[in-house]
Ligand binder design. Structure first.
Ligand code: AMP
Length: 424
């Protein structure tokens, strides 16, 4: 499940674009981020927007608390960061109004906290050879192509301390080794890399800095007015790319699940997760999604439903550092049990849980591989509640929404990573 952090994003934090719009003030171990966070959804995908320079553009590039900004996005569970900014062009062919997708940076800043690894005894050197996410860059460029916007596929951005602009001598020097010049991409990008959040920038060229004799040297007014003219383009790209990032992420897991028609009986499309289990990257991602969702939820126990539910429940319980409870078909558990009958498509079945497995008040996460009609999960949830457990959520890798299983699980919260719409 993706959650996209957007830095800058002028114009996006508009309730007309974002559904479930909400503002949230957060603090971090590194202090306050630049602005309240705007939370909401774009085309159903969760986004978190932060105004890099504050809501009223009151924080200069040196004073931005980059550590707090990136950490706040991490705290909110952002899986990707898309950053927007304005830059000067150091190349004739990058004209004002063009969009640029930098792939390299050179750091000329001086007064910024640029790492999370600055505590005594915590020596870490993070690789920075390819700091921008090539996948995110590629996806944004595809949108640019479709919208027929002029853009540049590669660029080295030099980041200066500011707030002043460069002298001509500096501008000529930078021109020798960089294509565009800005004040904010670093340390933002380095911090995102340290926290392992894929990061890409979409930048708008607003001026020719001051190296070009036949152009007026850059001024703040020039930057603001050219940004205003072009901000709509950036907005369009973000609105279009965000659902595609989510889809790509979902497809990553979905494509690893095999479908077997007519198993175990005619008419059933069996969604076989054994192929996902076999794929280490697919499993890593699956477990990561569950872990990120529940790591701060004070789960006491993870309960898994026989039999594929055991696998995920076991791994997750280990990661969450809690115990795991198996819920099994009748007659399989050796100690005292309580049982629950439930309806199958034809006839009835029964599941059981050990009567001492859950203590009253335990916060339980219930897991299975797939929700079809929801009957099994409902019976399992009833067993947990009979023992006095509280259900944090009922979670699945796969949901078959046509079968309306979610309805059967009201009033418990339900989560699934992917949907298979076409069914039976
Ligand atoms: P239900 O009680 O209808 O939600 O059924 C859920 C249980 O049946 C889960 O444990 C699934 O593993 C299994 N199941 C039902 N339908 C399918 C399917 N189409 N593909 C794979 N497993 C299924």
């Amino acid at each position: 499940m993706v959650k996209i952090g957007v830095i800058g994003g002028s114009g996006l934090d508009d309730p007309k674009i974002i559904t479930d719009f909400k503002e949230k003030k957060v603090n971090t171990p590194y202090g306050w981020p630049s602005s309240v966070l705007t939370l909401g959804k774009i085309h159903g995908v969760e986004v978190v927007i932060i105004a890099r320079h504050g809501k009223k553009h009151e924080i200069n590039p040196t004073k931005v608390n980059y550590q707090a900004n990136i950490y706040a996005l991490k705290q909110e569970g952002c899986t990707h960061i898309l950053a927007t900014s304005a830059v000067g062009s150091l190349k004739q062919e990058i004209e004002p109004g063009d969009l640029v997708f930098p792939d390299q940076f050179i750091d000329f800043t001086r007064f910024r906290k640029n790492t999370y690894f600055d505590k005594y005894g915590d020596v870490q050197h993070v690789g920075m050879a390819e700091p921008f996410s090539s996948e995110l860059r590629k996806m944004m460029m595809e949108e640019c192509e479709q919208l027929k916007y002029k853009f540049h596929k590669k660029a080295t951005i030099v980041i200066i301390e500011g707030p002043r602009f460069s002298t001509k001598a500096e501008s000529f020097m930078f021109k020798n080794f960089a294509d565009i010049i800005g004040m904010t991409t670093f340390p933002e990008i380095a911090l995102a890399n340290e926290l392992e959040i894929p990061y890409a920038s979409i930048v708008m060229s607003t001026d020719y800095d001051c190296w070009k004799d036949d152009e007026e040297p850059v001024s703040f007014e020039m930057v603001l007015s050219r940004m205003k003219d072009n901000v709509e383009k950036v907005k369009q790209i973000l609105i279009r790319v965000i659902p595609k990032i989510a889809k790509k992420d979902e497809d990553f897991i979905k494509n690893k699940i095999r479908t077997i028609p007519n198993f175990p009986k005619p008419g059933i499309m069996f969604r076989d997760i054994t192929t996902l289990l076999l794929d280490s990257q697919g499993m890593k991602k699956t477990v990561e999604i569950f872990y990120n969702r529940y790591k701060d939820k004070k789960i006491d126990i993870v309960a898994g439903i026989e039999s594929r539910g055991f696998i995920i429940a076991g791994i997750l319980a280990d990661k969450l550092n809690v115990g795991m409870v198996p819920i099994r078909k009748k007659g399989k558990l050796p100690h005292d049990t309580i049982r629950q009958d439930y309806a199958l498509e034809y006839g009835m079945d029964t599941i059981e849980i050990h009567s001492d497995a859950i203590q009253p008040g335990n916060n339980v996460l219930l897991i299975d591989d797939l929700i079809a009609t929801g009957g099994t999960a409902r019976a399992a949830a009833q067993l947990i509640e009979k023992l006095g457990g509280k259900i944090e959520e009922i979670s699945f890798i796969v949901e078959l929404p046509d079968l309306l299983g979610r309805e059967k699980l009201k009033p418990w919260p339900v989560f699934s990573i992917i949907n298979f719409e076409e069914n039976r």
